[in-house]
Design a protein around this ligand. Structure first.
Ligand code: SIN
Length: 525
């Protein structure tokens, strides 16, 4: 086992982790733990863009109000205002780094870059790089991070847990290398930027989604989790049972795409005044209902009327990918289906990303800042990554390196290898339970069954955890299972339907002011 001494340890190499690394590296030493493979994580798959008040015809109050409506009354207004008001400066910073956003050359454009529209937004306010914004932002940030002399990148380690001391402070992370050797990275401050928990579900919009490992690592140290019941399903993932998951951006509807059922009938205008651009929870639920009504496993997204030139200009990535799967989206409607996309809940933080555990920060999807409430508005996620990573960096710069003296808590591990097939089987069963009983529509009886089934799976795994040498797969599955159980407990605790949590057994908003749900790992005892 090796023990290194680090200053700021960042776990996760998506947009949040890279921005934090770059913004703090001139003031403090940075160690960035990122997966070796670039296609891991959600950031690079983000298509749509970044929402911010950039057009002269837009204003902060409108962005705040749209976010709150999409969040179905549960957003924390201070977090929303903070994010929205810091948005334009964050975009300016990205532009200064050279992110190739799509320009708007039209003479009457009020802003030099093209702004698209997505669900929930009352104005055009999404800056984008064609339909591959996440990739463009990631490539730019990665180039700057690689060139920075004060950032040490470790891409051969996987974090399996955090280190704490007898004072209850976070002191770094425990990691495994590819040979299974344990490394303890002691750090003055640790920031989780590990992504969400969509991987608890069977069908997702990105190929290698996180399963909430970072959320659980924080919870293991006693950090509070918030709003876990609000798991977002993106309305339009390509329906392609033999292919890898592929998102069809909401910007496709923003530019005029229409949803049709398999009989060719448009259904959104009758359900919401914003039709296809209603908030995501509304559209995903409507698609789910329409699929059940027509007995189909998908619906259709039709953009043929936009014409070949517009489709090619705005959606080159989607067009090329679909063509590779044998679908010409200029001539045929796109078969789509909702899929798990984004976790609105996570480790609760303040406006600097500080969790409820000393020296531990959480930024990006792993965090719950209060911005998204019960349903995230489209393209507010990259915005949140940027704004909170920058404010976290400012807080860490003010704080400086600290020396802790409390004793580290010990860590024990068994000595046998866990059978990977047994682990995979338990993971698939967990995903099946979550997808059948804790998805777009959840009922009391199904949630109670899910609680029992997940509990049984955890009991099945417990003896393996007790005797096996820790592997990344074993640690991750153990964390995912416990996060799934906490998600079900949070869903059972919310006696109302709100945003992404729709339970026909309590179909309305509850009485009084809406409250976030807060839960600790001790709820599973
Ligand atoms: C999309 O392009 O539809 C995804 C963007 C987001 O999730 O905000």
């Amino acid at each position: 086992m090796t023990q290194g001494n680090h200053d700021v340890l960042i776990i996760g190499g998506g947009v949040a982790g890279l921005v934090l690394a770059l913004e703090i590296a001139d003031r403090r030493r940075v160690t960035l733990l990122r997966p070796a493979s670039d296609d891991l994580g959600a950031s690079r798959w983000a298509q749509g863009g970044i929402a911010a008040v950039l057009s002269p015809g837009d204003d902060f109050d409108a962005h705040v109000a749209d976010t709150q409506v999409a969040g179905d009354g549960l957003c924390d207004e201070a977090a929303v205002r903070f994010t929205v008001e810091n948005g334009p400066a964050a975009i300016e910073w990205l532009l200064s780094l050279g992110v190739p956003f799509t320009p708007d050359p039209s003479p009457d454009a009020g802003y030099p870059y093209h702004l698209t529209r997505e669900g929930g937004h009352g104005a055009r306010r999404i800056i984008h790089a064609a339909d591959a914004t996440g990739l463009a932002v990631m490539e730019t940030l990665q180039a700057h991070v690689a060139a920075h002399p004060a950032i040490r990148i470790l891409d051969d380690l996987t974090a399996i847990g955090l280190i704490d001391d007898t004072a209850g402070h976070c002191r770094g992370a425990r990691c495994l290398d590819s040979q299974g050797k344990l490394h303890e990275l002691l750090a003055s401050d640790t920031a989780l930027a590990t992504g969400g928990a969509s991987g608890l579900y069977r069908h997702t919009t990105s190929p290698h989604p996180a399963c909430g490992e970072g959320m659980l690592m924080g919870a293991e140290l006693g950090a509070e989790l918030m709003n876990l019941e609000f798991q977002q399903f993106h309305p339009t993932c390509l329906f392609d049972p033999q292919g890898t998951p592929f998102l069809i951006s909401e910007a496709v509807r923003g530019e005029g795409g229409r949803l049709l059922n398999v009989r060719g009938e448009r259904f959104m205008p009758a359900l919401h005044p914003r039709a296809e651009l209603a908030p995501r929870d509304v559209v995903a639920r409507a698609i789910d209902a329409e699929m059940q009504r027509t007995g189909s496993d998908h619906v259709l997204l039709d953009i043929r009327h936009l014409g070949e030139a517009t489709i090619h200009h705005h959606f080159p990535t989607i067009q090329a990918y679909c063509a590779g799967r044998g679908l010409d989206i200029t001539r045929e409607p796109i078969p789509v289906v909702p899929a798990a996309h984004y976790s609105c809940g996570g480790l609760s933080t303040d406006l600097t990303g500080a969790t409820t555990v000393a020296n531990l920060y959480a930024i990006g999807e792993v965090a719950c800042t209060g911005l998204h409430g019960a349903n995230r508005m489209a393209s507010n996620s990259l915005l949140e990554c940027l704004v909170f990573a920058r404010s976290c960096a400012a807080a860490l710069a003010r704080r400086g390196e600290v020396t802790e003296s409390a004793t580290l808590r010990p860590f024990g591990a068994g000595s046998q290898e866990a059978d990977p097939r047994a682990l995979d089987e338990i993971r698939q069963r967990m995903r099946q339970v979550m997808s059948t009983r804790v998805a777009i529509v959840r009922r009391d009886a199904g949630l109670a069954e899910a609680a029992e089934e997940l509990d049984a799976l955890q009991r099945e795994l417990a003896p393996i955890v007790d005797v096996s040498a820790t592997s990344a797969a074993l640690a991750g599955l153990w964390q995912a299972l416990r996060l799934a159980r906490l998600t079900v407990a949070s869903a059972l605790g919310r006696r109302e339907s709100r945003g992404l949590h729709y339970n026909p057994d309590c179909p309305d908003h509850g009485p009084g002011l809406p409250r976030p749900s807060r839960i600790h790992l001790s709820a599973l005892d």
